[in-house]
Design a protein around this ligand. Structure first.
Ligand code: PEP
Ligand code: MN
Length: 348
């Protein structure tokens, strides 16, 4: 893999028709893309959704390669997919997030790829579990797969956030620390779940020295058969690669910038979670407000509040937080809680 420039893998979530694949491939030829992606066998959360065109799409991809020179990438989820992909000139095989969670499937795919020179990219598992991701990588190494890389596509969570799949940047950063030479590719499309967030996610990844991107790209995103909201046109992709700031990874300054970017990303994630948690706390305050209203109880319960404060000062000590900080912070939280409850009580 030539990784002096970020690798750009782009193409539709799913191959739909031969015409669609060829059209997108030709449009991508005018961008920085070097690899065409397209899903043929689609793992769908629920049955009844479009499950991919299957093996017949392999010929369409081969034709796109002949016509444009783009390399080919597709997802393989069992030994049969691997065999078919290898027989049809696929250059990069990726393991989907729903496969990485299953050691049996990973083992089956790894054995089918035994000793291959092809590039194999392992997506993170659906759930935020670093050891599953590491375990999958180890299985491929054990089977003699030499050209390994990973794809960070975010992690699912039950709680609603602005992302379809939370980035949880600290997990890929931890993985990079364990396997520093493993190329790290970002899949902003499945992290974002919508077009608007893609650019910022890509910039964060570049600041963290990622080696490339896999971006879902479609000539008519709104009418894509799968993942319509998160796909961009080849034109948008082209503009994005112009606007992204690429940092040179040489010299002390670059090392410093990379380190600080990693730490700042962690702080940003924690700050987002803090605000989310405060929001949730206030939702519960509202519920308490309704309960107090129904039962005609006063908002301010001084004894209860003092108990909370005492508990939090002790909790603060174990987390190396000063009493002064806890008192100031809880004063603000308490005030916001009271405001919420007042609003509830004054509602008609
Ligand atoms: C995909 O890349 O189209 C895909 C299904 O991704 P993931 O496995 O990350 O959900
Ligand atoms: Mn998709």
């Amino acid at each position: 893999m030539n990784l002096s420039h970020p690798l750009v893998i782009a193409g539709p979530c799913s191959a739909e028709t031969e015409e669609q694949v060829l059209k997108i491939a030709h449009q991508l030829k005018e961008t920085d893309t070097t690899v065409l992606r397209a899903g043929l066998w689609k793992p769908r959360t629920r049955p009844g959704n479009f499950e991919g065109v299957g093996s017949k799409g392999l010929k369409w991809l081969q034709r796109a390669k002949e016509e444009t020179g783009l390399l080919l990438a597709t997802e393989v989820a069992n030994a049969k997919h691997v065999e078919e992909a290898l027989n049809h000139d696929i250059d990069i095989l990726w393991i989907g997030a729903r496969s990485t969670v299953s050691p049996f499937i990973v083992q089956e795919i790894a054995e089918a790829l035994n000793g291959t020179d092809k590039i194999v990219l392992v997506k993170n598992p659906v759930n935020p579990d670093l050891s599953l991701w590491l375990g999958a990588i180890e299985r491929f190494y054990t089977e003699g797969v030499k050209n390994l890389g990973v794809i960070h596509r975010g992690f699912s969570s039950y709680e609603k956030t602005r992302y379809r799949n939370n980035p949880e940047w600290q997990i890929p950063i931890d993985l990079q620390n364990r396997f520093p030479d493993l190329p790290m590719i970002l899949d902003p499309s499945h992290i974002a779940g919508n077009r608007e967030l893609i650019f910022d996610i890509c910039q964060t990844a570049l600041d963290l020295n990622y080696n490339g991107f896999i971006i879902e790209t479609h000539h008519d995103p709104d009418n894509a058969w799968s993942d319509a909201k998160q796909q961009v046109t080849p034109d948008v992709l082209k503009q994005m690669t112009i606007d992204l700031r690429l940092r040179k990874a040489v010299g002390d300054d670059a090392v410093y910038k990379n380190k600080i970017a990693k730490l700042r990303t962690k702080i940003e994630e924690i700050d987002n979670k803090l605000i989310n948690t405060f929001g949730k706390r206030m939702e519960i305050a509202d519920k308490i407000g309704y309960l107090k209203k129904e039962n005609n109880v006063a908002i301010l319960q001084t004894q209860r509040w003092n108990e909370i404060l005492d508990r939090m000062i002790i909790e603060g000590e174990t987390n190396k937080l000063s009493e002064e900080f806890i008192l100031k912070m809880y004063q603000a939280i308490h005030q916001e809680s009271i405001n919420h409850q007042k609003r509830v009580i004054n509602e008609e």
